[in-house]
Design a protein around this ligand. Structure first.
Ligand code: ADP
Ligand code: ADP
Ligand code: ZN
Length: 214
C-alpha cells in the first residue's frame, strides 16, 4: 500500500508516518529527512539545498523528483511506502503520477492532516527529535516519559532543526499555502483524498488514519 500524508509544516506528518511504518511495515519516505541527510553529508544536492531550506523555501522540483524516484526503486519499498513531505508542488504531483505509472505502482490514499494555522508555530518551535533513533518529541505536547531519555531507544541526546524558528516557519506556511495546498483538488478529483482532523490528539489522529486506510 502506497500512501501520501499531506499537510502544512507541523501538521503531524512525520509523527503519523512513523507510526504507520511501525504498525504496517510501510517505509516512511520523508523528503525533509533525506535532504537534511544530504546537507549533513555535504553532497552536491545538500550544498544546493542548505540555504534554501534554512530560509524555509522549497528546494527545486528536479532535485526532489530525482531523489524520490531513486528511493522508490530500492527493495525495501516493495511492500509499500508513505510519502511524507512529497509532493509539495503541482509539478511534483504530476511527476509522481508518471513515475508510479512507469514503475507499475499505484497510490492507495492521500491523507490530508487538516490543522489550524495558529497551532503550527507552537508545534514547530517546540519540536525536537532523538539524535539516535529520530523519534519525535515536543516540549509540551509529546514529552518522553522520563525527562531527557528517549522512550524508544534510551538515548539522552536530542536535536532541533535549523529551520524550526518562527521566521522560517512563516515562510514554510506561505510556501504550503501558495504551492502545496493547490494540489489537494488534484487528488480530490481522483477520488483518493481523505481528510482527518490533525488538531485531535496524536492517538486519535492515528485512529482516524487507520480508519481511512483499512
Ligand atoms: P510535520 O512532519 O507535519 O512537520 P511533526 O510530526 O514533526 O509534523 O509534528 C510537529 C510537532 O508537533 C512535533 O513536535 C510533534 O511531537 C507535535 N505533534 C504532532 N502531532 C500532534 C498532535 N496531534 N497534537 C499535538 N502535537 C502534535
Ligand atoms: P515539515 O516537516 O516542517 O513539513 P520537511 O522536513 O518536510 O518540513 O521539509 C523541510 C524543508 O525541506 C522544506 O522547508 C523544504 O525546504 C525542503 N523540502 C522537503 N520536501 C520538499 C519537497 N517535496 N519539495 C521542495 N522542498 C522540499
Ligand atoms: Zn531514540
Amino acid at each position: 500500500m502506497n500512501l501520501i500524508l499531506l499537510g502544512p509544516p507541523g501538521a503531524g506528518k512525520g509523527t503519523q508516518a512513523r507510526r504507520l511504518q511501525d504498525n504496517h511495515g510501510l517505509i516512511q519516505l520523508s523528503t525533509g529527512d533525506m535532504l537534511r541527510a544530504a546537507v549533513a553529508e555535504g553532497t552536491e544536492i545538500g550544498k544546493q539545498a542548505k540555504a534554501v531550506m534554512d530560509r524555509g523555501d522549497l528546494v527545486s522540483d528536479d532535485i526532489l523528483i530525482g531523489m524520490i524516484s531513486e528511493r522508490i526503486d530500492q527493495d525495501d519499498c516493495k511492500n509499500g511506502f508513505i510519502l511524507d513531505g512529497f509532493p509539495r508542488t503541482t509539478a511534483q504531483a504530476e511527476a509522481l503520477d508518471g513515475m508510479l505509472r512507469d514503475k507499475g505502482l499505484h497510490l492507495a490514499k492521500v491523507v490530508e492532516l487538516a490543522v489550524d494555522e495558529e497551532a503550527l508555530v507552537d508545534r514547530i518551535t517546540g519540536r525536537y527529535t532523538c539524535a539516535n533513533c529520530g523519534q519525535g518529541y515536543h516540549d509540551s505536547f509529546q514529552k518522553p516519559s522520563v525527562d531527557g531519555v528517549c522512550d524508544n531507544c534510551g538515548a539522552t541526546e536530542f536535536k532541533r532543526r535549523a529551520d524550526d524558528n518562527e521566521e522560517a516557519v512563516r515562510t514554510r506556511m506561505q510556501a504550503y499555502r501558495a504551492q502545496t495546498a493547490p494540489i489537494l483538488p488534484y487528488y480530490r478529483d481522483k477520488g483518493i483524498l481523505s481528510e482527518v482532523d490533525g488538531m485531535a490528539d496524536i492517538d486519535e489522529v492515528t485512529k482516524q488514519i487507520e480508519a481511512v486506510i483499512s
